[in-house]
Design a protein around this ligand. Structure first.
Ligand code: 13P
Ligand code: SF4
Length: 381
């Protein structure tokens, strides 16, 4: 269907990529969350002794089965550096009654070494809601941790680095949404989960890349405002008859791919299969054999076992899938998300020992934002 771009609102500071470079995260920490180094959680639950990080025979033996899962992508010489963190993080999870949720873009030592649940944004939100752990450690970016906190207001939610932001979430504020509503009175607003709680509080419903089309169509409206990703909006518009009014945010990782580079790969090897995330520009998606969320991309590789595949998304994901599908040859044009890469084993250990990086949300804002996320999670297809 058709898509129009919402006029730029006064105060919009330009392309998302320009906005995140070096800017503190979360924007206005203290507005949505407290970016305090020593959290209230530490005062409530107490800190634990910091463990010794020697690579002992006990550590080597206890982590060998985990190294076996990543030995294709992590050289043996590196494992003695990771293993003591992996060992103590896994022990401390039990002591703290904590669960580690890791997004598909996390590095293999996190994804296979310490995560309890891995998945795309939708799966992580659903698992957060189901979890009976006391503490959630979110290995992903800030909006994901905020979403977990919205769904689990009584749990302690920690993110190992509060500065792990997202160019999409940084591209729009709640005030921008209120201005959009004035420009398009009566038009319902769908927010991609890659937004702050401030934005979620102003919209009708949230969506992820997994369910965006279904959510837009669930509103039974002829016209919908879709924010903040202009490329995801274009992709949704191509899949539905609903007219889409888009905001102009973009993912700084996916917008770097071009159709031209994909054509060059295909020319070099016509047997290659190309699968893309819907945050990519339209000319990239036009070259793809399949488009879907990170979980759907992984499912596609596992179902189809192509001899050679190019995953057009953040490049740690190819390492994670490659470890599970050794028969598939992965071509990796490596675009890393600098925000996802802020999450590292030493910071996860700090979070469990000192309870750093607690995510808090203003209660009134949280109530409104929670309703938008719950409408998504509860939507039955
Ligand atoms: P999904 O994992 O939901 O596909 O989203 C990708 C993403 O934007 C994470 O940065
Ligand atoms: Fe945000 Fe893009 Fe990084 Fe995902 S990959 S967290 S959308 S900047």
């Amino acid at each position: 269907m058709s898509m129009t771009s919402a006029p730029e609102q006064a105060g919009y500071p330009g392309p998302a990529a320009n906005r995140t470079g070096g800017a503190p995260w979360p924007p206005g920490a203290g507005m949505n969350g407290k970016a305090t180094a020593v959290s209230d959680a530490a005062r409530r639950l107490g800190v634990l002794p910091y463990p010794d990080l020697d690579y002992t025979a006990e550590v080597a033996a206890a982590t060998q089965h985990l190294y076996d899962k990543v030995s294709d992508v992590i050289p043996a010489i590196e494992w003695p550096v990771h293993a003591p963190y992996v060992f103590h993080i896994n022990r401390l999870k039990m002591t703290r009654n904590a669960v580690i949720l890791a997004h598909n873009y996390q590095t293999p030592e996190i994804y296979f070494g310490v995560a309890d649940i891995v998945g795309d944004s939708l799966q992580l939100a659903q698992e957060a809601a189901r979890s009976d752990a006391e503490i959630i450690v979110q290995c992903g970016v800030h909006f994901m941790a905020e979403t977990s906190k919205l769904l689990c207001p009584d749990k302690t939610v920690l993110i190992p680095d509060l500065k792990a932001g997202c160019s999409l979430a940084a591209s729009i504020t709640g005030e921008d949404v209120r201005a959009l509503r004035e420009t398009y009175p009566g038009v319902p607003v769908v927010a991609y989960v890659n937004t702050s709680a401030d934005v979620k509080a102003e919209v009708n419903i949230c969506c992820t890349s997994s369910n965006a089309v279904e959510i837009v169509e669930s509103l039974d409206a002829s016209k919908v405002i879709f924010l903040p990703d202009r490329y995801l909006a274009q992709w949704v518009a191509s899949q539905t008859d609903v007219e889409i009014i888009a905001w102009h945010g973009a993912c700084e990782v996916h917008e770097r791919f071009t159709g031209e580079e994909l054509r060059a790969y295909r020319q070099a090897d016509p047997s290659i299969r190309i699968i893309a995330h819907p945050e990519c520009p339209q000319d990239v998606i036009a070259e793809a054999d399949f488009t879907g969320s990170t979980a759907k991309m992984i499912g596609w590789v596992k179902d189809n076992h192509p001899p050679k595949v190019l995953m057009v998304t953040e490049c740690s994901m190819a390492d994670n899938v490659a470890s599970e599908t050794p028969d598939v040859d992965f071509v990796k044009p490596c675009n890393l998300c600098p925000h996802m890469k802020r999450i590292q084993l030493p910071k996860i250990l700090d979070a469990l020992v000192y309870l750093t990086g607690e995510v808090t949300i203003d209660p009134l804002m949280a109530e409104k934002a929670r309703a938008s996320v719950e409408r998504m999670v509860n939507l039955k297809s």
